[in-house]
Design a protein around this ligand. Sequence first.
Ligand SMILES: [Zn+2]
Length: 215
Amino acid sequence: MVANKQIHTLVITGGHGFEQEPFWQMFNGFENFSYDTVAFPDAFKYLNVEAAKKYDALVFYDMWQEITADQQTAYLELLNQGKPIVYLHHALISFQDWDEFDRIVGGVWEEGQGTVKHNVQYTIQIADPDHPATKGMQDFEIEDETYGNFSANPDVHALLKADHPESAPVIGWTHRYANSQIVYIQLGHDRLAYGNPGYRKLVDQGIRWVVAAEN
Ligand SMILES: [Zn+2]
């Protein structure tokens, strides 16, 4: 992969609040990186083959729920054509009534079963240190919100693991859906994550990996 390639992304939010300033500061700190932002429901204007063309990757940090049948069709066409995507944190919990979304994101969050806990200090284990998304990384400490009792799909390639009673065991992965390379990173609730060097590196390298894998 070409580490210094200039990439242009669309960062999609909506449906869940977050600390705006430190979140955008994280992206502003990435080298050779530029982005546009849009929130749902306006984001649907970009979730089709034609409108997404100008972006090397889509980065989802939303928790939007409503999606029409036509919007699902356009989203699936985009994935069939091939669009690199990184889903962050609560993006796992988007589109709870759209069954296909579990296969797209690569994991399952069940309403009423998944658990969240704020401000947990724990160790993130790099499950595959040879992977381009996690290369050069070692296990690191973070204070962040854990998600418990959700599951990664069996066909994903694990990138991150945790060994903590409040956390699911596999908390970051990559997989392909249709012709699209996908990364999911569970971390990232607030400024404690956005400002963590390990988290920043994961997001930066995760985006670069999905783009590189597509080309
Ligand atoms: Zn959160």
